[in-house]
Design a binder for this molecule. Structure first.
Ligand code: TA6
Length: 282
């Protein structure tokens, strides 16, 4: 199979399907510049997409890899996770050869974004699909005459068979802010973290690769540029309050997010910042 990119309809959305040489594929939607699916060559879907996700742009799509910018979560006065998740993005680049398929989508400021956040910017997401690997890079340009500061994330929803059976290694010893427990600061003391309840944690300067083991599947997770790792699972009660999640949806997902959350990034006029998350099926 030749690597390729084709335009497809995905739940009524205009999207692009990337195919890699030995059958891996990914789908990226123009709404939100959001990766919506990643299937490795063994045919397994690696990203969670809620069966109740809405694709009409009225709310962000629950699942895949939402792009949060220029605000992470509720750390400011902007809409939660910023305003890029419900914008239409445009294709800004594509290429492929025997080993990879690459697609870039971009969006820039307009009147509606400047009404919320008075800055000129360009955000670009670049997705590179290889045989057993997906790299997603977020690049931000400050196109205005003044510096601006932002927080943000690649809010990756990983699909797991059963979240209670996973183990996540690589965070031992890092301090985290526990948003599920009054923003207390704690230190991770589990070499292999397991999820047994609501989890909403921001690990600061967590600069080691992570290993997610879920049944007989292992996934390596690595990030550059983003200083923080955020873990999120809403568990039973919060999941029940999310209209775009099935009641048992939380069992099949774990968000492992590459974030710049605790410390805003300040970008001088004309400068660029980028951060990347790499997912490797082992
Ligand atoms: O990244 C974790 C988080 O900020 C959680 O606090 C949780 O609310 C989640 O994101 C989902 O946010 P959303 O706006 O997509 O419902």
């Amino acid at each position: 199979m030749k690597p390729s990119i084709e335009t497809i309809d995905f739940h009524g959305l205009e999207a692009l399907r990337l195919t890699a040489p030995r059958g891996a594929s990914a789908v990226v939607g123009k709404l939100g510049g959001q990766v919506l699916s990643w299937t490795t060559r063994d045919g397994r879907e690696r990203l969670f997409l809620s069966e109740r996700a809405r694709f009409d742009g009225s709310v962000p799509i629950r699942g895949g890899i939402p792009v949060c910018f220029p605000q992470f979560s509720s750390l400011g006065s902007l809409p939660k996770h910023g305003f890029l998740r419900t914008r239409q993005w445009q294709v800004s680049g594509q290429s492929s050869d025997d080993g990879y398929t690459l697609l870039s989508l971009e969006t820039t400021d307009d009147e509606s974004t400047r009404a919320l956040w008075p800055h000129a910017f360009r955000a670009e997401v670049t997705v590179v699909l290889e045989e057993d690997r997906l790299d997603v890079e977020l690049s931000i340009d400050n196109l205005g005459p003044e510096p601006f500061s932002f927080t943000g994330a690649l809010h990756t929803y990983l699909r797991v068979v059963e979240v209670e059976d996973i183990a996540l290694a690589g965070l031992y010893g890092f301090a985290y802010r526990d948003a599920a427990d009054g923003d207390r600061i704690r230190k991770e003391n589990s070499p292999e973290l397991i999820v047994e309840g609501e989890i909403d944690r921001g690990y600061h300067n967590a600069n080691r690769p992570l290993l997610l083991q879920a049944g007989n599947l292992s996934l390596g997770i690595h990030q550059e540029g983003f200083p923080d790792v955020v873990l999120w699972n809403p568990w039973v009660d919060l999941c029940a309050r999310l209209p775009d999640m099935a009641p048992t949806g939380f069992r099949h997902m774990l968000c492992v997010e590459a974030a710049a959350a605790r410390q805003p990034v300040t970008l001088a006029a004309g400068e660029n910042w980028s951060g990347r998350q790499s997912l490797v099926a082992l």
